[in-house]
Design a protein around this ligand. Structure first.
Ligand code: NAI
Length: 333
């Protein structure tokens, strides 16, 4: 049986890396049928409409999407399409495995950490207003419901994947109520998993420990903002954003995407590294139980990096997107 997957090409380097991932997946033997749809509402749409309604309907119907990055204006402009997609589809768990890729240069070895980031609330609630001129307020929303739900997701993930330790990351010494509720909710869930070691760390210390001894971490459980910051930090330890995948998972649907953004500095130049989206595709294929195609793509990527003849600029190579993608396709068993 083939799976129908919504393909959101994205913006900037998005269409380049999405096309590369699509080529590799199609060559891997996975039985997928693509439904390509743009996520941003077109210019003539109803005023204030951010998301293309058809993309929501498509992901709800297919229950799985592969997505390229989408740009968000800084300090003004419309809200983030990425955040709107995650919230509208209630993709509450952002799963970001960060691991050394053999052949990719990095300062650390033995990094193998999975970040589980709450994806629907915290300072990403988008509730900001001007109180009086010169004073603004941004609401950090933390609920017991969302904190308990993400904790269950993290502990279940750890159990299923043989992970031994979970660190909850917080700043509850200062944000006693909001991060305090996040921690209280997690502690209640942690009690039900006596086989998984549970620890808590304040976010600033957690960042320092991450660059001193990243190998001590197994699974990190974080509210939305700390999760965003610490996943880029972790990515830097294994060679950068070009090699880190992610999944946005909910009860009804899942959307897989790279951690990186639209890379406007290299967009349209044929230089983008599609590895992160390919690794996200591997996560997607596992999610769809297309495990043999997933393993083939993973093995092909490892081979291309081990040989280091056709890797892209961001990881110290000389190849462009097309040459790298061709090399991965040739390396498929
Ligand atoms: P970025 O991730 O787009 O770029 C940061 C640096 O990494 C740049 O030098 C870029 O060239 C490089 N880079 C990123 N991906 C690469 C790849 N695949 N191959 C080679 N080099 C790569 O981050 P930035 O510049 O902060 O954000 C640009 C835009 O992307 C913004 O509008 C931002 O809102 C959006 N963004 C979207 C995300 C998403 O759709 N999930 C995630 C992060 C940012």
């Amino acid at each position: 049986m083939s799976h129908k997957v919504t393909l959101i090409p994205g913006e900037g380097i998005g269409p380049e890396v999405a096309a590369a991932a699509q080529r590799v997946i199609d060559a891997s033997g996975a039985k997928l049928e693509w439904e390509e749809i743009h996520a941003r509402a077109s210019e003539g749409s109803e005023k204030g409409q951010l998301l293309n309604k058809a993309v929501i309907e498509s992901v709800k119907r297919n229950r799985v999407a592969l997505k390229g990055p989408m740009a968000t204006a800084i300090a003004g402009g419309p809200p983030s399409v990425n955040v709107a997609l995650r919230k509208t589809l209630d993709l509450y768990a952002n799963l970001r495995p960060v691991k050394n890729v053999p052949g990719v240069q990095s300062r650390f070895e033995n990094v193998d950490v999975v970040l589980v980031r709450e994806n629907t609330e915290d300072l990403y609630s988008g509730l900001e207003h001007e109180v009086v001129p010169g004073v603004v307020e941004s609401l950090k929303i933390i609920t017991e419901k969302a904190s308990t739900r993400i904790a269950h997701f993290a502990f279940e993930y750890a159990k299923r994947h043989g992970r031994k330790k979970i660190h909850a990351i917080h700043k509850a010494n200062i944000m006693k109520l909001s991060d305090g509720l996040f921690l209280k909710s997690i502690r209640a869930v942690a009690e039900k998993y006596p086989d998984i070691e549970y620890k808590e760390l304040i976010v600033d210390n957690a960042c320092m420990q991450m660059v001193l001894k990243p190998e001590q971490y197994d699974v990190l459980l974080l509210p939305n903002l700390y999760g965003d910051v610490m996943s880029d930090l972790a990515a830097g330890l294994v060679g950068g954003l070009g090699v880190v995948p992610s999944g946005n998972i909910g009860d009804q649907a899942a959307m897989f995407e790279a951690v990186h953004g639209t890379a406007p500095d290299i967009a349209g130049k044929g230089l983008a590294n599609p590895t992160a989206l390919l690794m996200s595709s591997v996560m997607m294929l596992d999610h769809l139980n297309e495990s043999s195609a997933a393993r083939r793509i993973q093995a092909a990527l490892e081979k291309v990096y081990r040989e280091a003849k056709h890797t892209t600029h961001d990881v110290g190579g000389k190849a462009g997107t097309a040459e790298f993608t061709d090399a991965v396709i040739s390396a498929l068993d």
